[in-house]
Ligand binder design. Structure first.
Ligand SMILES: N[C@@H](CCC(=O)N[C@@H](CS)C(=O)NCC(=O)O)C(=O)O
Length: 222
């Protein structure tokens, strides 16, 4: 297999929870490109040192090494132009920038408030120490403090999700009748959430759960 994706994993290597890696996995599936994932932990910086940076996703496509989910998406779009477009035609492409900005500035921060302590429990001991140190340093709050305020954080998350739900109540996918990279971005965030949350966050059989199932089904991943 000449196409490898370094993919964030928990102590159990089947737990794959990075929102950015999920974007890339769906983008590869959208382009109908076969790949294998390499489970990677936060503290295994040496394993991806060849990429010149310390975060995943990292895609190795034959001789080519590409990192950062957005750069990977652009790379796939230009390298594999004959496969289905990830971004569609303008103005759809520009609207995806809005979905990315909303996901990263509203949805991800709302999810962080809920998920940080839950993620910590899923990691290897070495990653737990790293995760606590980096996240508590960044947010200037302890993981225990996040856990204590979880109920309020879940309520705030449901408010944040309203525009996504309202849109998907009216159309099957963010991109319309079939998913594109806008769906991949929002899906990645919710996949991160449902993979790591200690409590169910989505209404069973609700619009978001149905949409996530439909995205996976589109790519034969369900
Ligand atoms: N802008 C990057 C963000 C990638 C990123 O933050 N990845 C996280 C996993 S979700 C990571 O590898 N973090 C390593 C660390 O915290 O040391 C992208 O879009 O790919």
């Amino acid at each position: 297999m000449s196409r490898l994706l370094y993919d964030l994993a928990g102590a159990d290597e089947n737990i794959r929870f990075s929102p950015f890696c999920w974007r890339t996995k769906l983008a590869l599936a959208h382009k109908d490109l076969a790949f294998e994932t390499v489970p990677w932990r936060f503290t295994e910086k040496d394993k991806i040192a060849f990429s010149g940076q310390g975060k995943v996703p990292v895609l190795v496509d034959g001789e080519k090494v590409v990192c950062d989910s957005q750069v990977i998406a652009e790379y796939l779009e230009t390298t594999y132009p004959n496969e289905a477009s990830l971004f569609g035609e303008p103005p759809a492409r520009q609207l995806i920038s809005f979905v990315k900005a909303w996901t990263e500035t509203a949805l991800h921060p709302a999810l962080v408030q809920v998920l940080l302590p839950d993620i910590h429990t899923l990691l290897t001991p070495a990653d737990q120490a790293y995760f606590r140190q980096t996240r508590e340093g960044y947010y200037k709050r302890s993981l225990e403090d996040f856990a204590a305020r979880r109920e309020d954080a879940v309520a705030a998350l449901h408010t944040t999700l309203k525009p996504l739900k309202a849109t998907l109540e009216k159309q099957p996918f963010l991109a319309g009748l079939a998913p594109n990279y806008a769906d991949h971005i929002a899906f990645g965030a919710l996949k991160w959430a449902i993979t790591t949350s200690s409590t169910p966050l989505l209404e069973p059989g609700g619009v978001l759960e149905r949409w996530m199932g439909a995205v996976l089904e589109t790519y034969g991943l369900a």
